[in-house]
Write a protein that binds this ligand. Sequence first.
Ligand code: HEM
Length: 494
Amino acid sequence: MSRRIREDISIRLFDPKMITIALFLVLLYFHDQLRYSAAQLQFGFYSETCPSAESIVRDVVQQAVTNDPGKAAVLLRLQFHDCFVEGCDGSILIKHGGNDDERFAAGNAGVAGFDVIDEAKSELERFCPGVVSCADIVALAARDAIAEAKGPFYEVPTGRRDGLIANVDHAKNLPDVQDSINTLKSKFREKGLSDQDLVLLSAGAHTIGTTACFFVIPRLDAQDPTINSEFFQILRSKCPQGGDVNVRIPLDWDSQFVFDNQIFQNIKNGRGVILSDSVLYQDNNMKKIIDSYLETNQSSKANFAADFTKAMIKMGAIGVKIGAEGEIRRLCSATNYRFLAGVGGFNIIGKVKSAVERFCPGVVSCADIIAIAARDAIITAKGSFYEVPTGRNDGRISNVKNAEKLPDAQDSIATLKAKFREQGLTNRDLVLLSRCAYHRIDGMLLCHATVDFFQVLRLKCPRGGYVCFKIPLDWDGKFQFDNQVLRSKCTTPH
Ligand code: HEM
């Protein structure tokens, strides 16, 4: 570089104008970094890792709402109940089998839509296994459900990871229909949501959907004076004293299927259906907020659709887990277990279950589906057909400790035999069901890898190499359901 050019560059670098520009660029960079770390989530988080993620969720939601228009409200409510416990981390989806899962909390009574989330997850696992979190599916499904109900569309920031904990006790403090206005306000404030968010998200979201009479009867029995007297009679006829608490009635009277601000008018006129909606108009500040959406003067009228979507995005960011926190569940109803490393196929079982539930809800156990799917997988691999006896019930307990007894690739032959025996299985079963243990059990030659084969394996799995790289268990016969594995060299440590 000539001296002249060098001098030119150094002069320009120390030019005050250049320093100002450089400073500005540095600040801009850090501002962006701060903005992203504060917001945590990103728009289009899956644009590179799973470009079709959002369209897959949308298709599943569209189909579900077409089959049952009530599903739109169900999916919107699901996100609220997910986000208010442990943050928006899909914890409400977990079903370990006992009654102590979060979803069984009293405050979650009637929450549904799990089948739609499971179905979307199955599809996503087919296209981008292990990439899209269940928590994000819940958020996207709520957005798409709102759009299906002709509500406003909004971009959903994504990148949530799935939680590892789901406990009924952690859902004790959900906002309740009987809560006072002050309690409701403080429960929302605890989640970083303002009074305006409370109005928009609770009453606003109730512009679609229904409630069970269970939540209405107590206020009718108590002769709640805030209910318009004519409307009181209507409600009483739908939800009579001592009547069926499961009968469902619209939350937004006369406008149940339209995503609009009619519910605010109803609340103002004493036609709110549940107490937690009506109680909002008893508070001066909340009253002003509700009235701002009912202004007749269009120029000063608050924009319900725009404000509602902002509040949804805010709610969708409560306590999110990002980066290395949590996990990406393979199945939305269960956390990924440490001891099931490498075990897959959950998405297929989830998909089969969704399909079976459509035809015979609550009839076929997941345990039977696994048994039948294993048989069908064997047939697909050109193995022989066998009838599968069915009638298994699904378990109620699922604990990581109980999986510690699984046979391990490093177990000695004695331990393997004992572990199979504990399950009522013979040595022959061990040979047939596992892999290459046959030679050792029969007292024949131990199944040492030959020198040649050792080299082949070492080449595939070099010391310090990528441990997730997969190689066939049945060398030379990997796609054939045959007994080659018994004849050939041992490819596993046992
Ligand atoms: C003050 C807080 C809230 C309370 C006390 C409350 C209470 C309720 C109750 C009692 C029901 C009837 C449930 C049933 O019978 O199945 C209901 C339904 C519903 N809630 Fe809320 N809610 C609140 C906030 C929210 C929020 C924040 C959202 C969403 C952003 C929401 C969305 C819905 C929807 C869409 C339904 C109708 C569900 C259906 O049709 O199955 N709610 N809510």
